[in-house]
Ligand binder design. Structure first.
Ligand code: ASP
Length: 337
């Protein structure tokens, strides 16, 4: 161990980066220990000292907001240790963007936090885990990566957790910020950071709200689904509307009812790129939704808007504070006039 190198805390949660074949189930499952994964990474001692924390061996579809909150508290604890330069979280890629964004929204630290995973398991010839983990250690150990919030790094590409989404079900270069592009790259083991995340939030989450469902609109979508969730205690709703933010009439009336009952309803687009607007005025269109009190989440995708809404509710925000948190870009634009 080289005492001159920065200390990085790596928290292992599972995912494909920790997977190998399992004879019993006939498929791959998270089985590798933190030490086994770390030992596969070449030349680490020349970059940083890495200490490991075994958080769990979850496939990421098993990750819940409660687990994210525990993870955030653990990461916060390590980030506050003066001797720690940065934090890494290993995670399955399926829900990685949600956990990474939850950390971005809840951690209070200027230290680098990097969430990393792999798209190939350890039995495959092109296992990308060691390379991605090595890149994450490079980022987490560097003071240049301070104040970027939580980052995601796979396949040399560094994205902001507040912007990136999983774009390809199987390709190793799967994370992209569809609206804004990467914040940086790792090239030949060197760190290049080009820009800061477009926008970041911080929420002091005390307690998670009851469930917040996410609905995706489809042609001919029936009414009643939103109502069912409302009657079963949903604390708020995120709806992926069509195009620039329009929903079928039966869904519109369900949403209006939620707003009337004081529940936050956040609208995003089901399109992978672009922002929502309130120009169309027909039944169920953006203008009607806006005038009814639906909150507009600008360019954000549905799964991120849901995390943000949960964090805002968890921090005790009321409807108007939630609106300001989501509509920050429109508010800035309106301030100019
Ligand atoms: N396919 C996933 C992964 O890449 C499995 C998971 O998310 O745990 O890690």
């Amino acid at each position: 161990m080289n005492r001159q190198k920065p200390l990085v805390t790596a928290i292992f949660t599972g995912g494909t980066i920790a997977m190998k074949p399992d004879a019993g189930s006939g498929g791959v499952v998270p089985k590798l220990s933190a030490a086994e994964i770390l030992n596969s990474v070449p030349d680490l001692e020349n970059i940083a000292r890495v200490e490991t924390v075994e958080f769990g061996r979850y496939p990421s579809p098993h990750i819940t907001p409660e687990i994210m909150l525990q993870l955030s508290r653990l990461a916060q604890y390590h980030a506050e240790r003066p001797e720690v330069a940065g934090i890494i979280v290993t995670h399955g890629t399926d829900t990685l963007e949600e956990t990474a964004f939850f950390l971005d929204c809840t951690l209070k630290t200027s230290k680098p936090v990097v969430v990393v995973g792999a798209m190939r398991n350890s039995a495959e010839a092109d296992w990308d885990g060691p390379r991605n983990l090595r890149d994450a250690v490079i980022i987490a150990s560097r003071h240049e990566a301070q104040d970027y919030g939580t980052l995601i790094c796979l396949s040399d590409v560094i994205n902001a957790a507040s912007e990136a989404t999983k774009t390809d079900a199987t390709d190793i270069n799967t994370f992209a910020s569809m609206n804004f592009g990467p914040v940086g790259r790792i090239s030949n083991s060197s760190l290049f950071l080009y820009r800061k995340p477009v926008h970041r939030d911080h929420f002091d989450v005390k307690e998670l709200p009851a469930f917040v469902p996410l609905f995706k609109c489809y042609a001919g979508m029936e009414g009643g689904l939103v109502k069912l969730c409302r009657e079963n205690g949903a604390a708020g709703f995120v709806i992926e509307g069509f195009g620039a933010g329009n929903v079928p009439p039966p869904v519109f009336y369900d949403l209006v009812e939620c707003v009337k009952q004081g529940l936050p309803v956040v609208l995003v687009s089901r399109c992978p790129v672009g922002r929502i607007e309130h120009t169309y005025a027909y039944e169920g269109a953006g203008k009607q939704l806006y005038e009814a009190g639906v909150i507009f989440a600008d360019y954000m995708n549905g799964q991120k808007a849901r995390i943000k809404l949960m964090c805002a509710l968890g921090a005790g925000y009321g409807i108007e504070e939630i609106r300001r948190a989501f509509e920050w870009a429109s508010l800035q634009e309106n301030d100019k006039f």
